[in-house]
Structures are given as C-alpha cells and as structure tokens.
Ligand binder design. Structure first.
Ligand code: KIV
Ligand code: ZN
Length: 515
C-alpha cells in the first residue's frame, strides 16, 4: 500500500530566521494562507518565546488556519513550552515542537551538560508539553553529527516518554544521501519502539544535498519531510519543499508514496513567499525558477515543439504556471486584469482588485504594456506595504551635479502636519533624499541594506527598492516600487519610517499597560 508522506513547512520559522528583517503579521498570515491552499499538512508558524511580535503572529494565524495543523517551536525549557501552548490556544488542534542538541559537540560546547542530563531535560519537557496537547514532536538537533548509539538511545527514550513524531535534523547539512539513509535505517533496526512514532527528517542544504537526503530518508522509511518554500532557511537554506514534493510525485510508483499537496498552487506559493520575504528566486532554480521550463538551444526547442516530454519531465501547467499572453494596456478594463490574475492562479482574496486596477492604469499610462510580473509586483507590493501611512511623501525634487553635489527637497506629511525639508550631500541623489526624510521624521537611522532590482526587462521596467534600516538596534524593512528609481528609493524609506512609527506606537501602548 502507498504511504502518505506528511509535509511539514517551516518557512515561517526556520525560513524567517534567515531573513534580514522579520516579517510583519500581515505577511505571515498571507504566507500561511498560501501554504494551507497548497495542502501543507503542518505549518510551523514560529518560535513564540523569541519575540512578542512572533507570539502575536502565531496567535493571529492560529485563529485563521483551519485545514493545516499549526505548530510552534520550543526549547526544552518550561517557559518556552508554556508560551508555545499559549500562543496557539485558538487553534483547533496544534503541535508543540521541542528540540534539544544531541551531538557531543552541542551537548558539551553549547549546552554545557552531559548526555544523561540531556535525556532528563527531554523527558521532563515532554511531560510538561503533554499537559497542553497530545501532538508532540521532538527534534534531536544536530542528529547528522550525533553518534548512532546516542541517537538510538535518545530516540527510544523520548518515544517512551510519549512523543508521536521524532524528527532527525541534519542541522548543519553535513551528511550525504547514503550516510543519511543509513542513519534512518539504523533507527528502524535498533530502536525497539520506533513503530510508535512517525519518523521525520529536516535537512539543511550546506552541501546542496538537502532534497537528496530527504528522499533517501523516505526510501529508508521516514514518513514526514520538513522544509521551506524556495528552500529558505539558515545559511544555505532547508529542503526546498516544491522540489521534494515534485520528486516524490514523479517517483511515486517506485517510492510507493503520495502527499496531500495541491501541485497547482506551487508556483503561486513560491511567488508569494519570494515577494513577501524579499528573497528573489534564482533563474535556474529547480521547479520555480524563471528558466526551469524555458528552452534555449535550437535542438531543444525543436524537440519540445515535437513533443514537450522530449526535454521536460514536468508539465509546467501542473504546478500552476500558465503561459497565456493577454495584451494588457491602459485600454484594458478591470475584468481583463481580474481575468489575467485568475489565469496566473490568484484568487480574488489574494489581492485588492480596486487598488490593483488603479495602480495598473497608472503604470499602463507610463509603460504602454503591462506584463504578468508587473501585475504581480503591484498586487503584492500593496500587501507588503500594508501599514497605516503616518508619513506620506507628497513631493520631491532632486538635482545632481557632475561636481558630485546633490540637493533634495521634500514635502512629507507627518500625520496631518506638513513638513518641508532640504538636504545637500556629496553622496548622490538617494542619500540627499534620505537625509531630507530623516530630518523630517527625526528618526536617527542607519541604512544597513539597499537593494535595487528591475522587476522586468527593458528601460521602462518597474524598479523595486528594498532596504533595511536600523533604529534603536532593531531592523526595519521598507519597499518601494516605481518606474523612477529615485522615487522607488524614497518610497522604500518612507515605508520603513512608517514601520518605525508603528513600532513606537506599540511601545507606547505597552509602556502604558505596564505602568
Ligand atoms: O535545523 C534544526 O536542527 C532545526 C531544529 C529546530 C529542528 O531547525
Ligand atoms: Zn533547521
């Protein structure tokens, strides 16, 4: 009989950990909804003890997600477990995911304990978590470098203590597929109670083997795979879920497996994650890269035209990639825009049609023709920027001279007050505008990242600027989108200032509460 492989997504936890600036609640909800539509079985939504923001996001997601199971991460510490359970109170059912280092390296140099103490911590934490839920996952952190004797020992111990999912992470992406398969095989042969838990794997990609290792583990009997969309995650990332689920699907006959994944949602989910996380997908990325289904050489093009399968193992339509070309210009109506969005796989609840249409018309007037990637950028840009606009850029003017001098003037609405500022620098027009904006807001910030990408090709491409600024040792993210790159840069800074303003309001509320 074919076995179901449970797909566990950790984009919002392990993936988010690797971003330069945290995702806001709104972005996390949109990603969680996309994952649910994709048929993900378990969504790890965060590590609630790590920050009040993460805790709040988990609370909100727990109220909204109905079909996927919600899971939160906790160290083997009483407070972590209590907070994890509290954050998911509104969920219909939830999982607590405990983790603890089991390799000699982690035990001695990170945790400063011995193996017996680790086992005691694990058992008492499982007991505590069991007060809140029957669904407990335990991860042996750095299992890839844990001795097989110790790994079998702790796995048997935690299963006896009552965990129902035992996760084997290759935390530093150290193993090869043969070595990792051997670890899973050994657990099945030596752990006497292994049949009482689902064996899960969580592979990092430091040697580029995360997907291969996960598939090898399935061959050895693993029933849950953990990973992230687009392979986001610490360092070189995690197992890319879109790759692993397609590999499972293509080889389902030899692997005797199936998943709950709705393949048609894959491409769209990848786009949503990439847009909200500001993590572009490389063109040659398997399954979701721009070139994954494009054929360049004459021989390949000829072969594909004769029979797609000559050079394609996956039908792009099966993952929701639609190549229909509809010429969208300023003469196109709302219905055409809505139709095209639907063709691309977006539902009316993914974006706001009224706002999109207004932005579409402005862009169509400037560019003439609006392409799919423009529509996607406009639709998700608004959502990314979804924040109360306390600061609004009403006007700007910059002049740059060959001598190196740049002069910027701005008019910024600060709430209902108008603020006019001027700034002169030797560091170019963007810096001149940034200095004028800083004078208006009075926020002393440090620009930590400035990234400009053309969202399409050609001279009229939409420029997308994403920046990270530091204010009082916290990082804030800002995005700006415009055909004029100076305007996009200014809008990105205004967006970041709005997030800073919002956080100062939250801090004030918290201060009041604690008085
Ligand atoms: O990589 C890792 O070991 C983890 C655990 C918390 C599962 O992310
Ligand atoms: Zn990890």
């Amino acid at each position: 009989m074919n076995k179901k492989i449970i797909i566990f997504d950790t984009t919002l936890r392990d993936g988010e950990q690797a971003l330069q600036a945290s995702l806001n609640v709104h972005a996390k909800i949109q990603i969680a909804l996309a994952l649910e539509r994709m048929g993900i079985d378990i969504i790890e939504v965060g590590f609630p003890i790590s920050s009040p923001g993460d805790f709040k996001s988990i609370q909100s997601i727990s109220k909204i997600i109905k079909n996927s199971k919600i899971c939160s991460l906790a160290r083997c510490l009483p407070k972590d477990i209590d907070v994890a359970a509290e954050s998911m109170q509104s969920a219909k059912n939830f999982r607590i995911h405990l983790f603890l280092g089991t390799s000699n390296l982690h035990i001695s140099s990170k945790l400063k304990k011995n193996f017996d103490e680790i086992k005691d911590m694990a058992v008492s934490s499982i007991k505590r978590a069991k007060k809140y839920t029957d669904d407990i996952e335990f991860s042996c952190e750095d299992a890839g470098r844990t001795s097989l004797d110790n790994l079998c020992n702790i796995v048997e111990t935690v299963i006896s203590a009552g965990v129902n999912t035992i996760n084997i992470p290759d935390t530093v992406g150290y193993t090869t597929p043969t070595q990792f398969k051997n670890i899973i095989d050994t657990l099945f042969h030596r752990v006497t109670n292994i049949d009482q838990a689902i064996v899960s794997v969580h592979c990092h990609n430091d040697l580029g083997m995360a997907v291969g290792n996960s598939i090898s583990a399935v061959e050895a009997g693993a029933r849950q795979i953990e990973g992230t969309i687009n392979g986001l995650g610490e360092r070189a990332g995690n197992t890319a879920l879109e790759e692993v689920v397609m590999a499972l699907n293509i080889h389902k006959k030899s692997l005797h497996t199936f998943t709950n994944i709705n393949f048609k949602e894959i491409y769209k989910t990848s786009k949503i994650v990439s847009q909200f996380c500001n993590m572009p997908v490389s063109s040659n990325k398997a399954i979701v890269g721009k070139n994954a289904f494009s054929h360049s050489s004459g021989i390949h093009q000829d072969g594909v035209l004769k029979n797609r399968e000559n050079y394609e193992i996956i039908d792009p339509i099966s993952i929701g990639l639609n190549n229909c070309k509809l010429n969208l210009t300023s003469r196109s109506g709302r219905a055409a825009v809505e139709y095209r969005m639907k063709e691309m796989g977006y539902h009316h609840y993914d974006y706001n049609l009224n706002e999109l249409y207004i932005d579409f018309l402005k862009l169509a007037d400037k560019k003439g023709r609006v392409f799919d990637y423009d529509l996607e950028a406009l639709a998700f840009f608004k959502k990314q920027q979804n924040i109360e606009e306390y600061f609004k850029l009403e006007y700007f003017d910059v002049q740059s001279k060959l001598s190196g001098l740049s002069v910027a003037s701005i008019v910024l609405m600060c709430g209902s007050k108008i603020n006019i500022q001027k700034s002169t620098t030797n560091n170019g027009p963007v810096d001149a505008i940034y200095q004028a904006l800083s004078k208006a807001t009075l926020y002393p910030i440090l620009l930590k990242k400035f990234n400009l990408v053309a969202n399409s090709e050609g001279e009229d491409a939409l420029g997308k600027v994403d920046i990270v600024v530091q204010y009082k040792s916290r990082n804030f993210h800002g995005v700006g989108l415009a055909t004029d790159i100076i305007e996009a840069s200014a809008q990105a800074m205004v967006n970041a200032f709005n997030y800073i303003w919002k956080s100062t309001q939250v801090d004030k509320e918290l201060e009041k509460l604690h008085k």
